[in-house]
Design a protein around this ligand. Structure first.
Ligand code: ADP
Ligand code: MG
Length: 380
């Protein structure tokens, strides 16, 4: 099936062609007509299944169909949990915007960088992709009004509706028109659906793309049971022995992440970290380097667990398990995206074993566990 029958404007079909998107993914097939039809959508589909273009394309279609220029305020608001994801989503919009005939502008606003340029530009953008904190700062400074928002997107919706963002998201919701289109996306859904109902005031079209029974898992999961002190040598063994060229390693804290990087560097493995204690410029540069294949190992906290798309990333390693089983799903989902397979390896200490059982149960999948302590890690 091609994109042609989904109702998208010819300009966008040309854009898809130029970008080499030959056919819609299953979630795109259903979401695109629903969004064009101005429905509310709750879209649940696995990591890497193309949810972003699933909302970006019909939103641009609808903007183009409306007379955009009559608005002097943003009409589309996309909320995301991290600065890195705000940049990435803005880039997806920017990929397609040049193909449109009318003038449409999209701006990412998030913290960690000077607010001044954002203050100048945000009020005039048609589409704003934001982290909640910085958006509220801009509202308080009267740089932008949200009273013309006709479409609200919550990407990583369960995270955005989680306690951590509750106060900020609730405040933003009070600033939006009641009559609006709501689009919620994630690979995982929280247990508490009442929060979803709070945002989606109308009956949403629930689009859930479940994995088919015979579908081959694109993410090959594996775990090593290993004593805590041998995790470092095992990590280096996996990288060197496996000749891994591009690995994303998840650690449980900023201090842990930096410690892992230092050990890798001492062992002459090119590595750097991305976490909340680093400057935004460093975070941005390091992620760009890693995406470009110029950095062998990126060690990150859960800051990069959600939404980040690294093309063809072959391997994710959990140095430690995340507390939340959902975060495990998102972390390993940085690989095995867009039909490209990948490996997800977890290093499990005996203390973490019970928690790993919980994660497997919640995920509904058993993971093969090898013994790390039986490997000869001498010299690593
Ligand atoms: P999700 O949000 O579902 O985790 P993304 O929207 O980040 O996934 O998309 C994952 C990758 O798939 C991106 O690199 C994107 O460019 C690619 N992609 C999306 N839609 C298509 C398509 N129809 N054909 C080919 N590649 C696609
Ligand atoms: Mg996504």
């Amino acid at each position: 099936m091609s994109f042609n029958s989904l109702g998208l404007a010819p300009a966008l079909l040309n854009a898809l062609n130029a970008e080499g998107y030959s056919e819609p993914t299953p979630i795109q097939r259903e979401v695109i007509p629903a969004v064009i039809g101005k429905k509310d959508v709750l879209g649940i589909a696995k990591t890497g299944s193309g949810k972003t273009a699933g909302y970006v394309l019909p939103i641009l279609h609808n903007l183009q169909a409306a007379t955009v220029s009559s608005y002097r305020e943003p009409t589309v608001l996309v909320l995301v949990p991290t600065r890195e994801l705000a940049d990435q989503v803005q880039q997806v919009f920017q990929t397609f915007i040049p193909f449109l005939t009318g003038r449409v502008t999209c701006l990412a606003v998030s913290g960690g960088v000077s607010i001044n340029p954002q203050m100048q530009a945000v009020g005039k953008a048609d589409i704003v992709v934001a982290t909640p904190g910085r958006l509220l700062e801009l509202v308080e400074k009267n740089a932008v009004r949200l009273s013309s928002i006709g479409t609200l997107v919550l990407d990583e919706a369960d995270k955005m509706l989680n306690l951590g963002f509750k106060e900020e998201v609730d405040r933003i919701l009070t600033l939006l028109p009641l009559k609006r289109q709501n689009l919620l996306f994630s690979a995982t859904l929280g247990d508490d659906l009442s929060r979803v109902q709070q945002v989606v005031l109308r009956n949403p079209q629930v689009i859930k793309i479940a994995a088919e029974v015979d579908e081959i898992d694109l993410i090959h999961q594996l775990a090593y049971l290993v004593s805590e002190e041998k995790k470092g040598p095992l990590l280096r063994y996996l990288i060197k022995h496996g000749d891994l060229k591009q690995v994303l390693v998840f650690a449980s804290s900023t201090i842990k992440a930096d410690g892992i990087v230092n050990k890798l560097l001492k062992n002459k493995i090119h590595a750097a970290s991305v976490h909340s204690k680093l400057s935004q410029q460093t975070r941005r540069d390091t992620l760009r380097q890693f995406k470009a294949g110029e950095l062998r190992v990126l060690v990150a906290t859960d800051l990069l667990a959600r939404g980040i798309d690294i093309e063809f990333l072959p391997c994710v390693i959990n140095y430690e398990l995340p507390r939340s089983p959902k975060d495990y799903v998102h972390r390993i989902g940085r690989t095995g995206r867009a039909e490209n397979p990948g490996d997800a390896i977890s290093l499990i200490s005996p203390e973490e074993m019970d928690h790993f059982k919980v994660i497997q149960k919640k995920m509904g999948k058993r993971v093969k566990i090898l013994s790390g302590d039986q490997l000869d890690l001498q010299g690593y």
